[in-house]
Design a protein around this ligand. Sequence first.
Ligand SMILES: Cc1cc2nc3c(=O)[nH]c(=O)nc-3n(C[C@H](O)[C@H](O)[C@H](O)COP(=O)(O)O)c2cc1C
Length: 155
Amino acid sequence: MTSFEENLKMSWGKIPTGVAVLTTLEANGDIHGITINSFFSLSIKKPSLLVSISKSAKSHDLIVKDRKFGLSVLNSDQKEYGEFFSRNSKEKLPDKFDLVLMGQGIHVIKNSLIQFSCELDFMTSVSDHTLFAANIIKVNSNDSSPLLWHKSNFL
Ligand SMILES: Cc1cc2nc3c(=O)[nH]c(=O)nc-3n(C[C@H](O)[C@H](O)[C@H](O)COP(=O)(O)O)c2cc1C
């Protein structure tokens, strides 16, 4: 990373954000996840959201292929999920991880703060990322506290 990139990363890190895990299915049916903090609501009237995914992430091509995904906004007890799914190489999901089916082959993390089931609507390439706009098919939430990402730490 150049010093400019390091400074940029550190500067963005000053803003606390929520953390989510986007889940897709691999060709063999295994659940694949990626930790993200680039996600936001697009529309309530036409229920939709936007995520920004690096073209180099394995999840990128899985979203393009599946055209659907789960999005679990993590609660403050789910730091381990955020850490695991940010790893470059993820072999088997830890046995203690609990994912549940939300319908149509879409899995989400049990007890996460918000659970979205999404169908891809539109995608556009921007630099080294793709913006994926998805229709929200289902949403559940509970009253737990959000996990935060601040200054490169999960809080
Ligand atoms: C807090 C946090 C937020 C992240 N947000 C994003 C994001 O919004 N988009 C993205 O493409 N990668 C993001 N990443 C990096 C991915 O989680 C990481 O590159 C992961 O290894 C990609 O997994 P995959 O290649 O198996 O899909 C984030 C990582 C962390 C720790």
